[in-house]
Write a protein that binds this ligand. Sequence first.
Ligand SMILES: NC(=O)c1ccc[n+]([C@@H]2O[C@H](COP(=O)([O-])OP(=O)(O)OC[C@H]3O[C@@H](n4cnc5c(N)ncnc54)[C@H](OP(=O)(O)O)[C@@H]3O)[C@@H](O)[C@H]2O)c1
Length: 320
Amino acid sequence: MKAALATAYGSPDVIRIAQVPMPTPKPTEILVRIHASAENAADWRLRSANPWFVRLVFGPFKPRRPILGVVFAGEVVRTGVAATKYKKGDKLFGWTSLMKLGGHAEYVALPETGAFAPIPAAMSYTDAAAIPFGFGTALHFLRKAKVTKGQRVLIYGASGAVGSAAIQLAGHLGAEVTGVCSTHNVELVRSMGATHVVDYTKEDLLAHRDRYDLVFETVGKLPFKDCLKLVKQQGTIITGSEMPAQMLARLFTGKGGKQAKVIGGTALSTPADMQYLAQLCAAQAIRPVIDQVLPLERIVEAHARAESGRKVGNVVVEMG
Ligand SMILES: NC(=O)c1ccc[n+]([C@@H]2O[C@H](COP(=O)([O-])OP(=O)(O)OC[C@H]3O[C@@H](n4cnc5c(N)ncnc54)[C@H](OP(=O)(O)O)[C@@H]3O)[C@@H](O)[C@H]2O)c1
């Protein structure tokens, strides 16, 4: 089968397309023919070993699992002898898993209990592939923050994969949502349901007198001390993209007298999360935001775009 391989850490150019053996499903696994995947922060961070501790988990000198890709949309083509949850022909979308990877290939073998679910009828593979990463991450954090109706929620980095999902999910939960983005994304963020949009290139967010029940920092660009200024006394801050240096800075900053709750760490999705997102897609309560759709052969471009920090929503990779 055809796959995109990263056999060394480095720039997007380390990736090449090659023929590799088809995976064989174990007894409780399913074999999925992938139609579309997405290229996102997990992939470019693994490929470039950024942050450094990627090497501790994925291999000190080169990636142990050269086929990247943490999400997929595809069709079951075979089931292991003891796999009963899905059948041949089922269309699924979700995570290959952060540890297993393998989504940037024509086929992947996955445990049938993985974090995926049937694709809603009428949804394309391309659209479905743009759901798991951003929405799965946003759902994990918004649930932890226990967002409720009427709360004032600030989403910083509102046009990224996680941000564009967080805007929609927080709105769906009944929150009054403020999105922060640059000028060219203002209309998009508004169209996703944000009640207020702040253009950070024109306005000083900190000059606003508004304070929020939840500040969700999705892109690691707003310093923690500024999150503290924006959150209410007993509000919540989600540090969705905190790197080691930022974590240290946060620990030194303290909470400046605020009794705010801080939520961070790695987001994990479950099959139930993917079913829930499928229901929201079917009800048209949420929609994927897609920056570009590229064939697998152009995966180097997809990596470069994702790493640029400027992509709007998701870069989808089609297997062809
Ligand atoms: N904790 C976890 O488990 C977890 C899970 C997923 C992702 N993450 C992390 O979350 C981060 C975001 O991921 P993502 O895929 O959503 O990112 P992304 O899609 O690459 O984000 C791109 C967006 O960031 C915005 N942006 C860039 N600079 C900005 C700034 N200074 N202020 C405000 N917005 C800015 C851009 O909008 P404008 O052009 O409008 O500025 C762009 O649309 C990544 O670092 C990733 O590693 C963590």
